[in-house]
Ligand binder design. Structure first.
Ligand SMILES: NC(=O)c1ccc[n+]([C@@H]2O[C@H](COP(=O)([O-])OP(=O)(O)OC[C@H]3O[C@@H](n4cnc5c(N)ncnc54)[C@H](OP(=O)(O)O)[C@@H]3O)[C@@H](O)[C@H]2O)c1
Ligand SMILES: [Zn+2]
Length: 343
């Protein structure tokens, strides 16, 4: 088969397009003829080694992918048939350890992530455990489907699992054009929240409003926290959804209402911050982290996708051979939603 792989970490030029042996499936696995693979920021780090992400090479990158089932292992034939249209949840847990049996598969010590610790979706064929492959509705294109897994699993875990969002709360979603941000806006809308979105370019603010944000603020303006506070009559927001980290920390914290929850899943702009502990406890606020993403959230997300309540936001579709270009485009930040490699 053809695939995009890396032999070493580095700039976009280390992404090589060429021949690779076809994957061989086990009894619990499916072989997927990949039609679309979506980029995540983590793909950039896996490729470059930034943020301390070290991966074993050679490796086929790509966490998120969708396609048609080409082959089903002997033990999985009650779940899927060849020809089924599926997307793949790339987080693979063992299903046998205490964490898995207790329903916390995100803490499984043997967890594998396709595209990082095993080969992923930048390829004509990819394998996955059958339980990680989910059928997709006919109306959903492979490109839209591939845009869903990591963005929605992360945003759902932040909003629902960690912040425990309540209907009607006020939510500030940073980096509205990121995969995580564009999913968080849709989840906040589902809960009837008042949504503030931020981004670093005015054209993205417009897109955020179209997606459901009530107010959109450019965070390259230093006064953005004043604007958020003013728009909430100085009360602040109940929840901050942040993947950007250091550059927004002080502003985010200053916008947090009494009892507010700040949820972090990423440090795109940096990871060192300082914290006013006195304010945190007197205001009864919480800071919550999201690391692992439970597989158990995914069936609920897929139900909501099937009902048309969530959609994958596709910014651009490039052929698999242009993976280097796709990585450069994501690095440019001139993106709202996901970049897709079409296979
Ligand atoms: N913990 C988890 O399980 C988990 C899961 C998914 C993602 N993450 C993390 O969450 C972050 C977002 O991931 P994603 O895939 O959604 O990202 P993405 O789609 O690549 O979007 C990232 C956005 O961050 C904004 N940004 C702000 N400061 C930036 C800076 N200094 N450099 C680059 N971009 C900056 C940019 O938007 P503007 O140009 O509008 O500022 C950019 O478009 C990443 O750090 C990722 O590693 C963590
Ligand atoms: Zn386990």
């Amino acid at each position: 088969m053809k695939a995009v792989y890396i032999l070493e970490q580095g700039g976009p030029e280390v992404l090589l397009y060429g021949d690779w042996p076809d994957p061989v499936i086990g009894p619990d696995e499916v072989l997927v003829r990949v039609r679309a693979a979506a980029l995540n920021r983590l793909d950039l780090y896996s490729r470059s080694g930034e943020k301390g992400v070290r991966i074993a090479t050679p490796r086929i990158l790509g966490l998120d992918f969708a396609g048609e089932v080409a082959e089903v292992g002997a033990a999985a034939q009650n779940r899927l048939q060849p020809g089924d249209r599926v997307l793949v949840d790339p987080n693979v847990s063992c299903g046998r350890c205490d964490a898995c049996l207790l329903g916390h598969d995100e803490d499984c010590p043997d967890r594998v992530s396709l595209g990082i610790t095993a080969d992923g979706g930048y390829a004509e064929l990819a394998k996955a455990p059958a339980r990680n492959a989910h059928k997709i509705p006919e109306a959903l294109s492979f490109e839209e489907a591939a845009a869903l897994p990591i963005a929605f699993k992360t945003a759902w875990r932040m909003m629902v699992g960690r912040a425990r969002v309540q209907p009607g709360e006020t939510v500030l979603v940073h980096a509205a054009g990121s995969g995580v941000g564009s999913a968080a806006i849709q989840i906040a809308r589902l809960f009837g929240c008042r949504i503030f979105a931020t981004a670093g370019a005015d054209w993205k603010l417009e897109r955020a409003r179209e997606l459901g944000a009530d107010e959109a603020v450019n965070y390259t303006e230093e006064t953005w926290p004043d604007l958020v506070r003013a728009l909430t009559e100085d009360r602040g927001v109940d929840i901050v959804i942040d993947s950007v980290g250091a550059s927004l920390w002080e502003g985010s914290f200053s916008c947090l209402a009494r009892g507010g929850r700040l949820v972090t899943c990423g440090v795109t702009s940096g990871h060192r911050v300082s914290l006013h502990l006195g304010r945190l406890f007197t205001e009864g606020q919480s800071i919550l982290g999201v690391g692992g993403l439970p597989n158990s959230d995914f069936p609920t997300i897929m139900k909501l996708v099937q009902r048309g309540l969530f959609k994958g936001i596709v910014h651009a579709v490039l052929p698999l051979e242009q993976a280097q270009e796709a990585h450069r485009l994501l690095e440019s930040r001139n993106v709202f939603g996901k970049i897709i490699l079409k296979v």
